[in-house]
Design a protein around this ligand. Structure first.
Ligand code: GLU
Length: 506
């Protein structure tokens, strides 16, 4: 096989959807598996849909996920430039090449004329298509004489160059995932390739650039499958059929209930991010949540996305990026849409968090403590992380699960008070305090042993003492093992909080 070269080719029309991240990921896994190159090309020919900041957002998102490029708009490369607006000047010659060989033509119909036609068809309950059936009645270089066409061009009339879809031809797209996809060309329309403002459309720029950049495989979302027959015809018209990349159209990402495509608007409505990073709309200032800011680890997001449309064919579910590269194959990508599953996303994140060392987790926790202006003793953090990590799904849980270590409760859960704070509790706790005072060294084991001894002597259950202690320490009945909490908090703080509890809880 000649060199594997794949590209991720987003349009900077807004934040990158996680479906787009998955497309980039599959391209990356495929390229790296085969020792190929991964390219980032920005397709910004539709200037009307350009959104400021979107390109930087795309780059930052992919970097966060650990998807690395060999060439691209941000790092350059042998086929630069990699932004289509910077390549503008090179597309015209290709459009003209197709005019020359008769597979494209000039069309002079004004937007108003086309609009009127569309309305006329709608009234008949039909859809207007500029194509084999209609082009002969419209204002273009097929119906006009050579001289008339020349005159219009010289007069500076607005025009577009349209591809001339062949009539009654079966176009075959060979798709690695879907096999042979056959389309009757008469269903296709004469797409605009180039406009007199000097801008190519997506179709022309995409094909020319894939050709010039020697792209070997086009791996993209299923929403582009309907364009693929046109792309195949374009390769043929240019005489590049033998250089045509192989296609692989990835299954759609579906809403959790399987009802339709996961859209950019779904995220915060359904309670999970659809964007890798938080995005602030530059026009409306509206904020959409991101995986990063919601406390997901990039490794978990990557693993989750890899499984939305692909599986390794084994029982293994947890994969590092390197393992994904080893195992990935387009042949194991499914044809049918993949349902987004929030519970699974949480599961992946929990698994990856759990695999971090206590020191690594401490770094995250430290940042949150600082951001929240909470005073803390850094040396306590690894032990705290060890104790709470079973209970952590998203990064912010590190803080919510451990906050009581740093901030003593000011209020106590009423329901828990009803349950665990009996008439004799204040007396019991006052009596247990000297036992705690005399626990030396003060560890989880010695603390437990002494409390147990106290309870045995009193002939009461451990819960009679431990439950109110937990309430005094945490403010509620939740949290990790009390004896370990005691060891980390230390004797002084334990005594202080128990005394305060006895005073305040009625
Ligand atoms: N610019 C297109 C997009 O947004 C690229 C499609 C393709 O990969 O051909 O998504």
């Amino acid at each position: 096989m000649s060199e594997i070269r794949v590209r991720f080719a987003p349009s900077p029309t807004g934040p990158l959807h996680i479906g787009g991240v998955r497309t980039a990921l599959y391209n990356y896994l495929f390229a790296k598996k085969h020792g190929g190159k991964m390219i980032l090309r920005i397709e910004d020919t539709d200037q009307g849909r350009f959104v400021a900041g979107a390109e930087d957002y795309i780059i930052e998102s992919l970097e966060w996920c650990g998807i690395k490029f060999d060439e691209g708009v941000h790092i350059g490369g042998a086929f630069a430039p990699y932004r289509q607006s910077d390549r503008k000047a090179m597309y015209q010659q290709y459009a003209l090449q197709l005019i020359e060989n008769g597979t494209a033509y000039y069309a002079f119909d004004t937007p108003e004329e086309l609009d009127a036609l569309r309305k006329k068809y709608e009234a008949k309950k039909e859809t207007f298509q500029y194509g084999p059936k209609t082009r002969k009645g419209l204002k273009n270089s097929i119906t006009l004489s050579k001289e008339e066409t020349q005159q219009l061009l010289e007069n500076g009339n607005h025009y577009v160059i349209r591809f001339k879809i062949p009539e009654n031809e079966t176009v075959t797209v060979n798709d690695i995932i879907r096999g042979e996809v056959k389309v009757d060309s008469s269903l296709l329309d004469d797409k605009v390739l180039y406009k007199s403002d000097g801008m190519p459309t997506y179709h022309l720029a995409n094909i020319v650039d894939d050709y010039l950049m020697k792209i070997s495989h086009v791996i993209r979302g299923e929403e582009w499958l309907p364009s693929a027959p046109l792309h195949v015809l374009l390769y043929k018209s240019f005489g590049w059929a033998d250089k045509m990349p192989q296609f692989a159209h990835l299954p759609l990402l579906l809403k959790p209930d399987g009802n339709g495509k996961l859209s950019k608007r779904d995220g915060d409505r359904l309670g999970f991010p659809v964007f890798p990073l938080q995005w602030k709309d530059p026009k409306t200032n509206e904020i959409s949540s991101g995986y990063r800011e919601s406390g997901y680890l990039p490794e978990a997001v990557v693993n989750m996305l890899a499984f939305l449309g692909w599986n390794p064919g084994t029982e293994q579910e947890l994969f590092t990026m390197d393992e994904l590269i080893q195992s990935f194959s387009l042949e194991r990508v499914s044809k049918s849409g993949a349902k987004f599953d929030l519970e699974k996303a949480h599961w992946f994140n929990h698994q990856f968090l759990h695999r971090k060392t206590n020191e690594e987790l401490s770094v995250y926790l430290e940042k949150m403590l600082v951001d929240n202006h909470i005073v803390f003793n850094k040396s306590m953090l690894p032990a705290i992380c060890e104790l709470i990590k079973d209970r952590v799904t998203l990064l912010p849980d590190l803080l919510s699960q451990s906050k009581f270590f740093f901030v003593a409760p000011e209020t106590y859960d009423e329901k828990v008070i009803q349950k665990v704070w009996k008439t004799e509790t204040p007396t019991l706790l006052s009596e247990v305090l000297p036992f705690i005072e005399n626990t030396n060294p003060f560890t989880a084991e010695t603390f437990e042993k002494n409390i147990r001894e106290f309870c045995t002597n009193k002939n009461i259950g451990m819960g009679m003492v431990m439950n109110p202690i937990r309430l005094a320490i945490v403010g509620t009945n939740a949290g990790p093992s009390m004896t370990h909490v005691a060891e980390i908090l230390g004797k002084e703080e334990m005594i202080k909080r128990i005394k305060k509890g006895v005073e305040k809880i009625k």
